[in-house]
Design a protein. Sequence first.
Length: 374
Amino acid sequence: MKLISYFLVMLLALVSLTGCWDREYLKDINLAYSVALDLKDDGKIFQAVEIIIPAEAEQTSTTNEIHTSEGMTTRDASSEMRKKDRGNLSFIKNSIQLIGSPLAKQGLNSVLNVIFRDPNNPTANLRLVVTEGEATKILSQKMVGGMKVGEFISQKIKSLERMSLFYPTETVDTVFRSLKDPGQDFALPYIGQEGKEVVAKGVALFHEHHLTGSLNADQSVMLVLLKGRQGENARFTRKIEISYPDNLHGTMTFNLAKKKIKRKFNVHVSKDGDIIVNLNLKLQAIVEEFTEDQALTEKKLDSINQRLSEMLTEEAKDVIRELQKANCDIFGVGRKVIAYHNNVWKTKNWSKDYPKVQFHTKVDVEIVDTGVIF
């Protein structure tokens, strides 16, 4: 009797289960894998989308198509594309969003609004990348070398992160959190086109949601180090000119990412209400190349350490000057003021007062490994 009752309950449960009514077949969907957005002269949004076409047979590979449209907004441009193309356009696989610099200067809020609102759009793994000039021109290449353009850019961004040009990874999720934080700005990968090559330009700097400046590739690596972060490598190549008595004249390549960074970052407020930041780094360097054919004795290493420390301190100060010029509070100085000096924060207009922050920056470099030759 108990067994019969059990089966009746199970049968009733199965009957009451609803089927999946909201479904689409893969063959009826156009999957967008990368998207580029630009601002037209008339104020409209011009959109290019890379769609991956599944292989028709087991022995053939997938292909890609680039589709374009324009509209008053990002959603409107996508709607116009849906009117022209076969099947429904879906962004669930979108992993790269290219944004042209003129559009980024106007602001990201209007561009990203549809992504933030629509749960069908990815946010956790969607990389935002700013392009020098028009983003759609880069995506319209379709192929870079033997790779599909979206796949190439995705792999390039990951490779540059390992090289510490930008780190950690910025996604739509992390950008959204920065946009909602009045004491924290952000930076995004910045790429450009040289002929048919897609090249790294550095990082694009943002204040609130507007593109306000940029750093070149070397400065971008320094920025990552100043944040106390690092990828797998952080290489610099510098000329070493040290006169008598050491007489060192050569070019050195050294890696600063193989050892842990020691960083001190303190924010305090003076009696006059001035905000002062002390930012100090202690970096351990591994020499990977040195064109001077001399043994690096302990005395010579002391001289090189001093020279590298002076050079990188000046470069760090240059980076901070560019950050303040762009009004980009990427270190979260404002966040520290909000947390520990809230009464002072309430008296500040951060967009005007951040460039007045006094930074005291020092970088100390110590060579800890010279390789197997010397």
